[in-house]
Write a protein that binds this ligand. Structure first.
Ligand SMILES: NC(=O)c1ccc[n+]([C@@H]2O[C@H](COP(=O)([O-])OP(=O)(O)OC[C@H]3O[C@@H](n4cnc5c(N)ncnc54)[C@H](O)[C@@H]3O)[C@@H](O)[C@H]2O)c1
Length: 456
C-alpha cells in the first residue's frame, strides 16, 4: 500500500484524506447518473477518474464536449473541472482502479427481452475488481439492484481471486441513486440519499464521504439490502399507482368522467398522493424496478401480485392509445390506413432526451402495422433517427401536413402550443395521452379530440 493511501475502513484516515483532498475517486460507468456523480466529486476538490467502456463518450469528455446537454447546471461544472484537471475519463480500468481509494459503481442494470434483470455489467466489473482492486479500498454501488445482491453476489465475486477479504481488506456499501434525469443537479442538492454499508462503521464512512460532496440529508440504513429495498419500494410505488389511475381512467372514460378533474379534486385530501394516467411507463427505472422486485419474489419463493398486474396494465396502455386514435378516425369517417399521423414526443418523460423503454415505440409500431405513415416531432430529437424514423425539425410545418397528431410526451413545448395550429387543416384529429389539453378548448377549435381518460 502506498503511504498516501488511506485505509478506507478507518474513519479518521478517510476524514484526513477528504480534508487534504487526497482521496482518489474512480467512478465506473459515466452515463446519465455516473457522469454527474463524478463531476460532483471532482467539483468538491477530489481528484476523480471516470471509467467507461464507451470509447466515443470518453473521447468526447476528454476533448471538452459535455454529453448531457439536458442537465441544467452541469455544463458549467464540467467545463470547470476539466479546465482544473480535477476530472478526466478513460476506458482503461486496469490503470484507474489500482490507483483509486474510492470506487463508485454507476453501471447499467437493464433487463432482457423477457423482463429478466441483467446485472452483467456489475458482475463483469466485480470480477475485474477482484483482480485489480488495491487492498483497503471502498466500493460504493450506486446502481439500482435487488435487495441482497451485494451480500449474496458482489461480495463473493470480488473475493473470488482470494486476494481480497470482505471487512478485512476491502469494504463495500450502497448509496442508491434517486435523481431524475433533467433535474440531476437539483436532485443531488435537495433529495435525501440512502446510505447502507456492509457494517455500521462503513455506513458511517460512506456518510462522511457523501457529506463532503453533497449537502443533502443522508439517511442511515441498517444494511445494504434495506437501502436497496427502499429505493425499489419508492419507484415501484409509482409504477403501481400509475397503473391504478390508468386503469381507472379507462372506466371513467366510459362513464363520461374526466379523470384529470377527479385527480385534481382527490389530491386535496391530505393522504392522497396523486399520479396521472398516460400512454405507458418507460425509462431506465420504473418498469425495470418492478421487474427487479418480481425477480426478488421469484428468488425468495414469494409472490407480488399487485406489481405484476401493475406492469400488465402499464404495458397495455400504448394499445389503448391506438384504440383512441382509431376511434377518432372512425368518428370522422377516415381510414387509418395510408393516413399520416404525427407523434408528438418520443421521450419516456417530459423535458428529457431519453427514449429508453419509451411507450412511443410501441404506439408507433402498432400504428405502422395498421398502415399509417408515422411522422415524429420531439424538441429533444430534432432531425434525428428515432425508431427507424427521421424526426421533423419544424412542428409548425409538419402539423398542417398530417391527418392526426398524438401527444405522447408532455414536453413543455407542447403545453405552450396554440390549438389553432391544429385546426388549420380540415377535420384535424388530436389525441392527448397526457392530460395537457383542455377538451373544452379542443372542441372550441372544432378539433376531433380524444383525451386519454377525459370522458369526452
Ligand atoms: N437514469 C436514471 O434515471 C436513473 C435514476 C436513478 C438510478 N439509476 C440507476 O443508475 C444506474 C446507471 O444508470 P444510467 O441511467 O446512468 O445508465 P447509463 O446507461 O446512462 O450509463 C451507464 C454507463 O455505464 C457504461 N458501462 C456499461 N458497462 C460497463 C462496464 N463493464 N465498464 C464500464 N462502463 C460500463 C455505459 O457505457 C454507460 O456509459 C442504473 O442502475 C440505473 O437503474 C438511473
Amino acid at each position: 500500500m502506498s503511504s498516501s493511501k488511506p485505509n478506507m475502513n478507518n474513519i479518521e484516515d478517510v476524514r484526513k484524506s477528504l480534508d487534504s483532498k487526497t482521496l482518489r475517486v474512480c467512478v465506473i460507468g459515466i452515463g446519465r447518473i455516473g457522469l454527474p456523480t463524478a463531476l460532483s466529486f471532482a467539483k468538491s476538490g477530489l481528484q476523480t477518474i471516470g471509467v467507461d467502456i464507451n470509447e466515443n463518450l470518453v473521447q468526447n469528455i476528454n476533448s471538452g464536449k459535455f454529453p448531457l446537454k439536458d442537465e441544467p447546471g452541469y455544463n458549467e461544472i464540467f467545463d470547470d473541472v476539466i479546465k482544473n484537471k480535477k476530472f478526466f475519463a478513460t476506458t482503461n480500468i486496469e490503470d484507474a482502479v489500482p490507483n483509486s481509494d474510492l470506487l463508485l459503481l454507476s453501471l447499467p442494470t437493464p433487463m432482457d427481452e423477457n423482463n429478466i434483470p441483467n446485472y452483467s455489467a456489475l458482475r463483469n466489473v466485480a470480477t475485474k475488481l477482484s483482480e485489480i482492486l488495491s487492498p483497503n479500498s471502498l466500493i460504493i454501488v450506486e446502481s439500482t439492484i435487488e435487495p441482497g445482491f451485494i451480500e449474496d453476489e458482489m461480495v463473493s465475486i470480488i473475493s473470488k481471486s482470494g486476494r481480497l477479504e470482505i471487512e478485512k481488506n476491502f469494504f463495500i456499501g450502497v448509496c442508491p441513486e434517486n435523481a431524475n434525469p433533467g433535474e440531476i443537479l437539483h436532485d443531488f442538492t435537495n433529495l435525501p440519499r440512502l446510505v447502507g454499508g456492509i457494517n455500521h462503521n462503513i455506513t458511517k464512512i460512506i456518510k462522511e464521504i457523501y457529506k463532503f460532496v453533497f449537502s443533502v440529508e443522508l439517511v442511515e440504513m441498517p444494511d445494504c439490502k434495506t437501502a436497496n429495498a427502499v429505493k425499489l419500494t419508492t419507484n415501484v410505488f409509482r409504477d403501481i399507482n400509475i397503473a391504478f389511475v390508468s386503469e381507472l381512467s379507462l372506466m371513467f372514460d366510459k362513464l363520461g368522467i374526466d379523470t384529470i378533474k377527479v385527480l385534481e379534486a382527490a389530491k386535496k385530501k391530505y393522504n392522497f398522493q396523486v399520479h396521472y394516467p398516460g400512454s405507458g411507463v418507460g425509462g431506465p427505472c420504473l418498469p425495470i424496478n418492478s421487474y427487479q422486485l418480481i425477480n426478488t419474489a421469484k428468488r425468495t419463493g414469494s409472490k407480488l401480485n399487485i406489481i405484476e398486474w401493475g406492469r400488465k396494465i402499464n404495458e397495455k396502455m400504448p394499445e389503448h392509445v391506438v384504440k383512441l386514435t382509431s376511434d377518432a378516425f372512425t368518428m370522422c369517417n377516415k381510414p387509418i390506413q395510408n393516413s399520416k399521423i404525427l407523434i408528438l414526443g418520443v421521450s419516456y418523460k417530459p423535458n428529457v432526451k431519453d427514449i429508453q423503454l419509451a411507450p412511443a415505440e410501441k404506439i408507433i409500431k402498432k400504428l405502422q402495422n395498421l398502415g399509417a405513415k408515422i411522422y415524429v416531432y420531439d424538441p429533444y430529437f430534432v432531425s434525428n433517427e428515432v425508431f427507424g424514423i427521421t424526426t421533423e425539425n419544424d412542428i409548425e410545418k409538419i402539423i398542417p401536413k398530417v391527418d392526426a397528431a398524438i401527444i405522447v410526451t408532455a414536453h413543455d413545448e407542447f403545453k405552450k402550443l396554440k390549438l389553432s395550429i391544429f385546426s388549420q387543416t380540415f377535420q384535424s384529429i388530436l389525441i392527448d395521452t397526457r392530460g395537457i389539453i383542455d377538451p373544452a378548448e379542443a372542441k372550441k377549435e372544432k378539433l376531433i379530440f380524444r383525451g386519454l381518460g377525459r370522458g369526452d
